[in-house]
Write a protein that binds this ligand. Sequence first.
Ligand SMILES: C[S@@+](CC[C@H](N)C(=O)[O-])C[C@H]1O[C@@H](n2cnc3c(N)ncnc32)[C@H](O)[C@@H]1O
Length: 305
Amino acid sequence: MPGQTPKELFSTYAKIIPDFAAFCRKLSDPLPVHLRINTLKGSATEVRLRLEKSGVFLVPEESVAMVFRADNVAQPGYLLEFSLGHLHAQALSSVLAGLVLAPRTGDLVLDLCAAPGSKTSLLAQLMRNRGLIVANDRSAKRLIPLHANLKRLGVTNTVTVRYPGQHFPKRYAFDRVLVDVPCSAEGTLRTGANGTLRQPAQPGKKLPGLQGDLLLRGFDLLKPGGSLVYSTCTYNPDENESVIQFLLENRPAKVQPITLEVPHSPGLNQWKETTYASSIKQCWRIYPHQLDTVGFFLAKVRREF
Ligand SMILES: C[S@@+](CC[C@H](N)C(=O)[O-])C[C@H]1O[C@@H](n2cnc3c(N)ncnc32)[C@H](O)[C@@H]1O
């Protein structure tokens, strides 16, 4: 409904979000602009010095070394350093997904829902353009910005393909798989410059089914011993913990602890009538009043055999 306050919009979650009042207050702050320095093209020191000469000062984010807050930059896309591929505008929580997946330089990596490529290009950065990433997205339209971003950011270890991810062919097995699914995107709803809360799109009733199918296929494409990250930018447990529970009930999957030093809350134990496996507490919920970024959910899963 148009014009809803944060408290009205998220009332269903009042009991599961810690310090719900602080959460609602935080949604009235505009989302900060975060920039990731692309070390495939140069060092963070060089880029920061160049930006400072044009009056742009980047503030390091304590918890994530390659991410900076740009308080006086409304439209990073207009910076020369952006066009040259030295920077990418990316939410702090989105960067965490790549850091948790932690691909190694020689890995074969699948990014199942990749467009427009913020996380694919981060994975390439972490792999120093070595190994191979297969970046998949079912949307032909969204492959255009994916290609543009990979080119601008100097990514050379990635091929792109277009399959419905839930039917991705089982021809190869991957060391790492990222399943960054389409979701209701509730975590992105913060006030804009005009001071009003962005309102959600109509929630897709079919999303959890699609998310579960994407996760199962992503898991089936892992090598034994390989690991996967499942992520969303929503608070809805039906799209988060319930999807991980579905995986645990259907595959030999083990939820892994996430070892970064970043403020977060644990995965839920219970939602409505459902009690989740206790290992799901190791998943992360990122809330804007705990970490000033887009609300997010992260699960790291290992394939046992
Ligand atoms: C959350 S966005 C991905 C964002 C991307 N990982 C990034 O960091 O830039 C979800 C993506 O899933 C894609 N998608 C939707 N349904 C899909 C499906 N069945 N198979 C594969 N991709 C799908 C959408 O086109 C969209 O680009």
